[in-house]
Write a protein that binds this ligand. Sequence first.
Ligand SMILES: CC(C)(COP(=O)(O)OP(=O)(O)OC[C@H]1O[C@@H](n2cnc3c(N)ncnc32)[C@H](O)[C@@H]1OP(=O)(O)O)[C@@H](O)C(=O)NCCC(=O)NCCS
Length: 177
Amino acid sequence: MSSSLTVRRIAADQGETYRELRTASLREAPYAFGETLEEALSADAAKFDETAASYAVSDLSTSFILYTEGHPAGLICAFFEETPPHHAFVCELWVAPAVRHLRGGELLVNTASAWLAEQGAPEVYAWVADANRNAMRFYQRLGFGPAGEHAPSSRAPDEWQTLLVRRVRHENAALQG
Ligand SMILES: CC(C)(COP(=O)(O)OP(=O)(O)OC[C@H]1O[C@@H](n2cnc3c(N)ncnc32)[C@H](O)[C@@H]1OP(=O)(O)O)[C@@H](O)C(=O)NCCC(=O)NCCS
């Protein structure tokens, strides 16, 4: 990993940064997400401010931002489902093309997974579009495998997505045998 890449949890005043990263990701990689660029652009800026303020302190949902030399260059969200079984998910993963293949994506997934594990998640789930072969390979290399669910995309119902899962490695796993 390049030492210039760092990840930090979103701060309450980063609504504008969140909006910029989200719209950049939807513009650059529309095939990867359920939401559309139009939906993100039509949302009130205040909505991103509210989301950032909530993500900065919530125990149930958050975002992490990737920085290169201090500049925002990537994003991931992490959340628990509201309804039982309250599975933990990562979503909205995106790394700016200029800094890909430097393990920024891995750093984002591992940081978000560690946060979910701290909140008690035994495993972490991610929906990946079947056509997104890079993301599928990326997640598989990080130890994710099929969770057994396959569903149409909310953005394009004729496109399908697969649910992937990875067990969380708890730091005290060795003690538990
Ligand atoms: C998927 C995505 C987040 C990966 O980000 P990234 O920062 O490039 O991720 P990493 O650098 O950690 O790993 C990516 C690749 O580099 C490889 N890699 C990472 N570190 C490496 C190293 N030290 N040596 C060799 N290869 C390495 C990985 O194996 C992987 O290879 P692949 O792309 O050929 O499968 C990025 O491509 C992206 O934003 N894509 C568009 C949006 C998207 O698809 N999001 C996922 C939605 S489910």
